[in-house]
Design a protein around this ligand. Sequence first.
Ligand code: IPM
Ligand code: MN
Length: 358
Amino acid sequence: MQKQIAVLPGDGIGEEVMLQALRVLTEVGYKFGHEFSTTKALIGGAAYDSYGVHFPNKTKEICAKNDAILFGSVGGPNSERHLEKWKSCEVNALLGIRKAFSFAANFRPAKIYPALLNSSPLKNSIIEKGVDVLIVRELLGDLYFGDKWQKGEKPNRQAFDACLYSEAQIATVTHAAFAAARKRRHKLTLVDKANILHTSKLWREVVQELAKEYSDVELDCLFVDNCAMQLVLNPSQFDVIVTGNMFGDIISDLAAVLPGSLGLLCSSSINADGFALYEPPGGSAPDIAGKNLANPIGQILCVAMMLRHSFSLLNEANAIEAAVESTLNAGFRTGDIFTEGMRRVGTAEMGDEILSRI
Ligand code: IPM
Ligand code: MN
């Protein structure tokens, strides 16, 4: 198979974790007889330096010409946030690319690896039954993309953000979530605030109507405040969660801490044509950038996710995931997941270990 991939390392640790992910991609191509070609493009602060914007047209053009996008991370250090280079960098880059390619559905899996039980912030007694949750977040609606304004003078300033959802928007992600649940443990939880919000009431109506087409999947509805509690008290109860953009942003970060480090996570954002972007949602971590400290696993798992979902290369994806798991089982740990008695390694060495197990 021949595939072309747009590679957008971005800022902070993006470049160094991407390097390890691309080594893994090349190895898989070599072992399984595929030709993966990559084209690099700038995004975030890195793009601002050359183009004066965080998501240049040139980058958009490169992405459009490729079969998938492998994304690193964007954003600068807190101490430099006032500079034009970093001001609104994440919003411009991330919301820009989501909108440009109509990435309506965002998949954020979070699972606890048996080898990393002790890295989770939750007690062993809570997670002993296993945790493997997939959050499907709507990505183009809600408070993020509604009308917004701020007006008035002190002390009478006012601000406004509108939350709008159409039936079609809800149906798109709901179908994606039911389809995902079918490939997993056949359980879907709708997370909303239907006791208060009209948009949530519409979500409930639409999701419950569509559930009739997926009678093999058990549907359950939960208010978002209760969901936050349940994710901490009993995360094993969840299989797939579907929710709107704002609630999805919050509960996906909550779920993301359960595995023990943001550096372990991957995510995908997909449009109606199946075109997708793969991104570790952990952020650019500028404090550790360039020090060979970052965990490359999230970015490497993005490659597995891409091979599975964009190119239907299931064995290849499984090979990467198995290599990650066996590297963890062998005791190799970057600093973020290090515990007593394990073998501490840097970004590149973690890449070596995973590579050698493919
Ligand atoms: C995320 C991020 C973004 C979001 C921000 C940086 C715009 O938090 O990908 O979850 O809120 O969607
Ligand atoms: Mn977020």
